[in-house]
Ligand binder design. Structure first.
Ligand SMILES: [Zn+2]
Length: 406
């Protein structure tokens, strides 16, 4: 047994504690509270004291590690559309000359940096099989929830995807990409597999406004994009369309439940958010990526209002040059003055833990969680006079100068 104390403790599941302590034993948290009371209850136990703030590990709920070396795709210009950026990304991937060593080095370095920044758990979605990411617990990396994503906008793509998925071992989690790239029946097929194997189903949702037009009337830039590539047949038409939003569409397909993680959710109505909440689905916000792609801002206050606590994700370097959850919190705070600092910090920790069904181990400093947490410090954190200052600095101050795993 050991006691870890600090000037400030941010348990997340309860208010900030001044002069607090966390008791740990056998890799788990036993209790978190006021230092004076803890020392009284656990006399003679070894104590380590820190000067600044104890926080739980951060959770990055959306990444595409295989795109880590693609940081040269230009930021969309004002006249460009979302599918222009997708076309740039596809062209860049087709012309990719990086060998597997270079690509592995790129995402390995990124994972090392994620861990150094305090990320304890990350969710990664990709098209490729990356054996390096198969190991869920590599030293110096966050724990990784990996999902292989399948597209199939037409009958041929649907068949090919099903065949490949059918050959996979059960331990490999499979997911869909987006409502305009993975057809409705394929989404249902993949979600059924996720349900059977109890895996997370993560899917891009309402990232651009054009999705509404596509799901409403099968027209617009996504239809043009598929037609230009000869990938348009009756696959989407069979879903009858006429939907007012992506979440509504997913609900009609029956793919919303507590293991569905909706990424982005920018162009969503309050009714759809209520629907997502009633199904127990989770949301992951990627404010840095949204800003880069100029697709809008998610209605975060409405999400909180209907009882959803979103998770936070960085997305990939192809749509976000700086992969850093501290910066995502900063952007969210700058874009949403109505949010409390505590709410934003909870998204980067507890929101991610719930979304990835890892709240048994991570997300807060509550009793029973894994004792993998952090001491963070900086000149400004050391100057904080009250809990409000601490939370404001954690959320708006960017990455602290010192981050160490306790
Ligand atoms: Zn993404």
């Amino acid at each position: 047994m050991k006691i870890i104390s600090s000037a400030w403790v941010v348990p997340v599941n309860e208010p900030v504690i001044h002069d607090g302590s966390v008791v740990i034993a056998e890799g788990r948290i036993v209790e978190t509270g006021k230092r004076r009371e803890i020392l009284g209850r656990y006399p003679g136990i070894d104590e380590t004291r820190y000067p600044a703030v104890l926080i739980p590990g951060l959770i990055n709920a959306h990444m595409h590690l295989e795109l880590s070396h693609l940081s040269d795709i230009p930021e969309p210009l004002p006249h460009q559309t979302f599918t222009d950026w997708i076309a740039d990304l596809l062209a860049r991937r087709m012309a990719d000359t990086a060998g597997s060593e270079e690509r592995t080095a790129s995402f390995s370095a990124l994972l090392n940096d994620q861990y150094a920044s305090g990320v304890v758990l990350a969710a990664d979605t990709g098209n490729e099989f990356l054996s390096e990411l198969d190991n869920p617990a590599t030293e110096g990396w966050p724990q990784i929830v990996r999902m292989v994503e399948y597209l199939g906008p037409d009958r041929q793509g649907d068949l090919a995807a099903r065949q490949k998925i059918g050959e996979l071992e059960d331990r490999i989690a499979v997911t869909g990409h987006a409502p305009y790239s993975t057809g409705p029946e394929l989404l249902q097929y993949i979600k059924d597999r996720c349900r059977r194997l109890q895996q997370i189903f993560s899917i891009h949702t309402a990232e651009s406004e054009a999705e509404l037009q596509f799901l409403g009337s099968s027209t617009g830039i996504f239809r043009d994009f598929l037609e230009k590539r000869n990938r348009w047949d009756d696959t989407f038409a069979s879903a009858a369309m006429g939907f007012s939003g992506t979440i509504e569409y997913y609900d009609v397909l029956g793919i919303l439940d507590e293991k569905t993680l909706l990424i982005h959710c920018i162009h969503v109505s309050e009714n759809e958010l209520r629907l997502a909440a009633s199904r127990g689905a989770h949301i992951c916000l990627c404010p840095g990526s949204n800003r880069f792609l100029k697709v809008g801002k998610a209605p975060v206050a409405k999400m909180i209002k209907v009882g959803l606590l979103p998770a936070l994700g960085t997305d990939s370097r192809a749509s976000n040059r700086v992969i850093d959850l501290w910066r995502e919190m900063q952007i969210l705070a700058a874009d949403n003055h109505e949010l409390e600092h505590e709410e934003i910090f909870a998204m980067a920790t507890l929101g991610g833990a719930h979304a990835l069904h890892a709240a048994r181990d991570f997300g807060s400093l509550a009793a029973g969680k894994k004792s993998r947490f952090l001491h963070v410090s900086s000149p400004s954190l050391l100057r904080c006079k009250n809990a409000w200052d601490v939370m404001k600095e954690l959320v708006s101050g960017g990455r602290p100068t010192e981050i160490s795993w306790v």
